[in-house]
Design a protein around this ligand. Structure first.
Ligand SMILES: C[S@@+](CC[C@H](N)C(=O)[O-])C[C@H]1O[C@@H](n2cnc3c(N)ncnc32)[C@H](O)[C@@H]1O
Length: 278
């Protein structure tokens, strides 16, 4: 859930001085469900004295929110995690609901973004019956759950390095009664070479750095297969760098689809290229 927070400004009218009201964020992310949710918000330094009032207003806007976290800096490290400042303390392990399935996750321990849910559905709808799918950089496994729910793949192998991601992924397959997906705990660079030429589809869901694994992804593909390659692109020309990388690694490949997944940073998009290998 991404809350449109026009009313956040309105709620803070009279609390935050008028000249700072325009700095109040226009959106925040809510991960969870009726059973409990965590709200994640970016608050600029100018609003430091009002951070707790902002957090209280956020919690009042969604009665399921138990904890409010403030992002500190960008995602970092191998596990691609934000650092958070806790503004309202509460449980951060939640059961997130999207498209009718559940994802158990603690966003302080493992990557998860509710903002990728449209992309998950879009990828799932492209999976053909009986396909074998290799899902690299799988986190808590949300793309695998979407594919298993909305398509009929024969098998999904999902690889994740973060032990918390692996733990939640196993649980998410169980929660959603998914029988045709296997979670693997390990480094993609070590695990993926074991699967050469065995897959019809490979997902490379690591926008910052997936290009380093593109040759490996192509090696894992059967001819006639597709790689979903994620990358970052500047707003004014989102796809050309990603397309150039694909061309360099696989001149015979054809780009079937180019999509902007979502905003990543000011002026930068997360993009996806679907690449067909003949
Ligand atoms: C951008 S997140 C995507 C997670 C998941 N696919 C999703 O959409 O929620 C990338 C994930 O790759 C994992 N990761 C990073 N390097 C890895 C590696 N060498 N092998 C396996 N997983 C890795 C991180 O821990 C992180 O969970």
């Amino acid at each position: 859930m991404l809350e449109e927070a026009v009313s956040l400004k309105r709620r803070l009218d009279g609390v935050v001085p008028p000249e700072l009201l325009e700095k109040v964020p226009t959106s925040f992310e809510v991960i969870g469900s009726r059973a409990g949710a965590v709200a994640i918000i970016e608050i600029p330094p100018e609003l430091e004295p009002y951070k707790y009032a902002i957090a209280k207003a956020v919690a009042e806007m969604n009665k399921h929110v138990r904890a409010v976290l403030r992002k500190v800096g960008g995602r970092s490290g191998e596990y691609r995690l934000y650092s958070y400042e806790t503004l309202i303390e509460g449980p951060t392990e939640v059961l997130h609901k999207e498209h009718g399935y559940y994802i158990k996750v603690d966003p302080t321990k493992v990557f998860f973004s509710s903002r990728d849910q449209t992309d998950r559905l879009d990828v799932a709808r492209r999976v053909g019956e009986g396909e074998r799918v290799l899902y690299l950089f799988a986190g808590v496994g949300p793309y695998a759950v979407a594919m298993a729910k909305f398509a009929k793949p024969r098998a999904i192998v999902a690889v994740e390095l973060n032990p918390w991601g692996f733990k939640y992924m196993v649980e998410n397959f169980r929660l959603n009664k998914i029988k045709n997906a296997v979670a693997v705990h390990g480094d993609v660079a070590v695990v993926a070479p074991l699967f050469k030429r065995r897959y019809d589809r490979v997902l490379l869901t690591l926008p910052l750095g997936a290009y380093r694994y593109l040759p490996l992804a192509f090696e894992c593909l059967e001819s006639g297969g597709v790689v979903h390659f994620y990358h970052l692109g500047r707003e004014e020309d989102p796809f050309s760098e990603a397309a150039e990388i694909v061309k360099n690694h696989c001149p015979e490949c054809r780009i079937m689809e180019r999509r902007v997944v979502r905003d990543y940073a000011p002026g930068v998009y997360k993009v996806r290229l679907d690449v067909y290998k003949p």
